[in-house]
Design a protein around this ligand. Structure first.
Ligand SMILES: C[S@@+](CC[C@H](N)C(=O)[O-])C[C@H]1O[C@@H](n2cnc3c(N)ncnc32)[C@H](O)[C@@H]1O
Length: 376
């Protein structure tokens, strides 16, 4: 592999959101996006890798598939791993680590496989191995085929680096952005979250409206790779890091409320750090006191408390009922998206939901987005 060749790029997302991520990649002009389990494959070179990390809101991480070869035993793995052009990929002065997995293969010991590849890279390139290294090489051995990828993101991309303060059970930014997309949000309508916690939906919606790049305030693992072209990367990063003239009319605002005063303080602080304080309004009140903002209707999107264990759900039905009643009484013309773990809780709202979206795995829980068309 050389740096000017195209290769496969796997953009990871939460299982269940592959189609939504695929639509985002397509809209952003990436070539041949193909959904698979847990992500979407695109083709491209390093500039596409950098751009996906910087601009794709639904991407959790971006893996560059740099080599693939058959390996029937550990000695062969060692020999073939040494033939990869590591010097085009890794820097001899930057620590790295290897993670391996084995499935339906003659090589079945993932730890031994990782150790062989680590040793091969260390001896061929001279780069140090460290368990804490940000640079992670992932080797997947499936049906005796070893696929080698480099994780080009580092920390999960939901960490936009604007959220110091998190309320309990925050929604990940990557998921929030794809739920907004699944609700048909395109940055041109107001958004209301009446149980906003740390403000994730409201802040994502405002950023989308003014075209802020999700990765503008963070660093990425690829900045430490030998394949980086610093000038080209700086040019890309500079091309839209600040607020651009986005599609939103200045009249459109993004609104959050919560009955928890601490949550409202956090939302305001997070919005200020993200640079969208002027576009967002956060109020401290319960959902029953919610009224629509002045102006055209838009989207209400919310993830109410789920109640983790059996027995904790029952007391939540009145809360979902209150949410539904308030929206039906006061939000005529607005669409609604509710993210919850439990279809019965969603039904308690009495809202006219369409067929739900595919369930999404979120930290061991299955959450589902329930959507309505414009309310009567
Ligand atoms: C699962 S959290 C929402 C997390 C949020 N999406 C985020 O990203 O941080 C649910 C929120 O509902 C709020 N809440 C619970 N009952 C409420 C009520 N009756 N009125 C308004 N907010 C309420 C809680 O304070 C909590 O912040």
């Amino acid at each position: 592999m050389t740096t000017d060749q195209d290769f496969e790029i796997f953009v990871v997302t939460a299982p269940g959101l592959e189609a939504a991520l695929c639509a985002e990649l397509q809209a952003a002009g990436f070539r041949d996006p193909t959904p698979g389990l847990g992500g979407v494959t695109i083709r491209g070179g390093w500039p596409e890798v950098w751009r996906a990390n910087l601009t794709i809101r639904g991407a959790v991480r971006v893996l560059a598939r740099v080599a693939a070869f058959r390996a029937l035993h550990l000695a062969q793995l060692d020999k073939r791993a040494r033939k990869v052009a590591w010097s085009e990929l890794l820097r001899p002065d930057v620590p790295f680590r290897v993670e391996a997995s084995c499935k339906a293969s003659r090589i079945y010991h993932a730890g031994a496989a990782a150790q062989r590849i680590e040793r091969a890279i260390r001896e061929e390139l001279g780069a140090p191995v460290s368990k804490e290294a940000e640079i992670c090489i992932k080797a997947r051995i499936d049906d005796d085929l070893c696929t080698i990828s480099v994780d080009t993101s580092g920390e999960s991309l939901h960490k936009r680096n604007h959220k110091d303060a998190v309320h309990k059970a925050p929604m990940r930014e990557t998921m929030a952005s794809l739920f907004l997309r699944q609700c048909g949000y395109d940055g041109t309508e107001p958004v209301v979250d009446p149980m906003c916690g740390s403000g994730t939906f409201v802040i994502e919606a405002a950023e989308i409206a003014i075209g802020l790049q999700p990765g503008r305030s963070r660093s990425f693992a690829f900045e430490q790779l030998a394949s980086l072209d610093p000038a080209a990367w700086q040019e890309l990063r500079g091309a839209g890091g600040g607020a651009t003239a986005g599609p939103a009319s200045p009249a459109i605002r993004f609104h959050g409320s919560d009955r928890d005063a601490g949550a409202i303080a956090m939302s305001r602080a997070n919005a200020a750090r993200a640079g969208v304080a002027d576009l967002t309004e956060f109020r401290h009140h319960a959902v029953s006191d919610l009224t629509p903002p002045d102006g055209p209707p838009g989207l209400v999107i919310v993830n109410p408390p789920y109640g983790g264990r059996i027995g904790e759900k029952k007391p939540l039905h009145p809360l979902y009922q209150a949410l539904g009643q308030t929206l039906l009484a006061r939000f005529s013309g607005w669409r609604v998206g509710i993210v919850t773990t439990d279809a019965a809780l969603a039904q308690s709202t009495g809202l006219p939901f369409e067929t739900p979206a595919a369930p999404v795995l979120n930290g061991g829980l299955r959450v589902t987005l329930h959507r309505t068309g414009p309310l009567p």
